[in-house]
Ligand binder design. Structure first.
Ligand code: PMP
Length: 285
């Protein structure tokens, strides 16, 4: 049973309790992060904490901790965790209060940190890629906030599970937004395309890493809106997230993407990502 952090205490997961009047429970009034930890080293921790700050600003909730305090709390959770690799989940809600949509007068935020098992995608998944489906994006207009109000994402993700697929790619106003739990890249005519950051997608930490590696590796790339027709004509489609790293989407809505196998640019990017990750694990990032 892992040790978790809840409101000032480190305790076994089965002993952690939050009041039923917590606004996270009643309204999904909170935000979260998932930070991958490799060999007990958090990956891009500062960037995750900056995004947490942006999410808190987005829901008008004061950050209960400084960056140094967060680093200390996460560091302790990582130290206490059983395995070397973790996905550290952290959540801040607006805490308990009367059941009223308006903010309570006194705010006592709930802070929860949970180490979750993290295993990188299997070599088979990397070698074969995944199948995905598309759906209309019916989420709200602040998808840049990493909110715990995840019901649309839950339903959209289940839609792919029901179709025997691993992810749902979301289309809004005729363009690709992102995945239900990932960012999406497209290769068209040898050029790597990424949708620009906006209120319609989460600014992924892995998305940034991939664009940095594309820049360093001399991949032709362009950040611009991707119309649905270009997604369907793509020779490669990639999915990125902190837990999935970079994976190729090789089947989309039952059709092969390109030749139906991970493409040459994907293989280059996957290798670059693994090199970078190992550099970080050795501590010379
Ligand atoms: N978009 C959504 C909707 C997500 O849930 C995630 C995963 N957290 C991502 C994108 C990818 O973000 P990251 O690379 O920071 O994990």
């Amino acid at each position: 049973m892992p040790t978790v952090y809840l409101n000032g205490q480190f305790l076994p997961l089965e002993e952690a309790r939050v009041p039923v009047m917590d606004r996270g429970f009643l309204f999904g009034d909170g935000v979260y992060e998932v930070i991958p930890v490799y060999s007990r080293r958090p990956f891009r921790q500062r960037e995750h904490l900056d995004r947490l700050q942006a999410s808190l600003d987005g829901i008008r909730l004061e950050n209960p901790h400084s960056v140094q305090e967060w680093e200390g709390l996460i560091g302790r959770i990582v130290e206490l965790a059983e395995s070397e690799d973790q996905g550290v989940y952290l959540q801040v809600t607006r805490g308990p209060g009367p059941r009223d949509h308006a903010f309570p007068k006194t705010i006592l935020p709930t802070v929860f940190i949970l180490p979750m098992p993290l295993s990188p995608p299997s070599p088979e998944l990397v070698a074969h890629g995944i199948a995905a489906v598309t759906a209309r994006d019916n989420r709200w207009l602040r998808c840049d906030i990493k909110s715990t109000s995840l019901l649309p994402n839950v339903l959209l993700r289940q839609y792919s599970v029901d179709a025997g697929c691993a992810e749902t790619l979301l289309l809004r106003d005729g363009c690709l937004a992102e995945g239900a739990a990932s960012n999406i890249f497209v290769v068209l005519d040898g050029c790597l395309l990424a949708p620009p950051k906006s209120n319609l997608m989460l600014p992924g930490i892995t998305y940034d890493v991939v664009l940095e590696l594309a820049q360093q590796g001399g991949f032709p790339h362009c950040v611009r809106p991707i119309p649905e027709a270009e997604l369907r004509a793509a020779s490669e489609v990639w999915l990125t997230s902190s837990t999935k790293e970079v994976l190729a989407v090789t089947t989309l809505d039952g059709q092969h993407v390109g030749c139906g196998r991970p493409g040459p640019l994907f293989r280059r990017m996957h290798a670059a990502y693994q090199d970078y990750k190992h550099k970080v694990m050795r501590g010379n990032d």
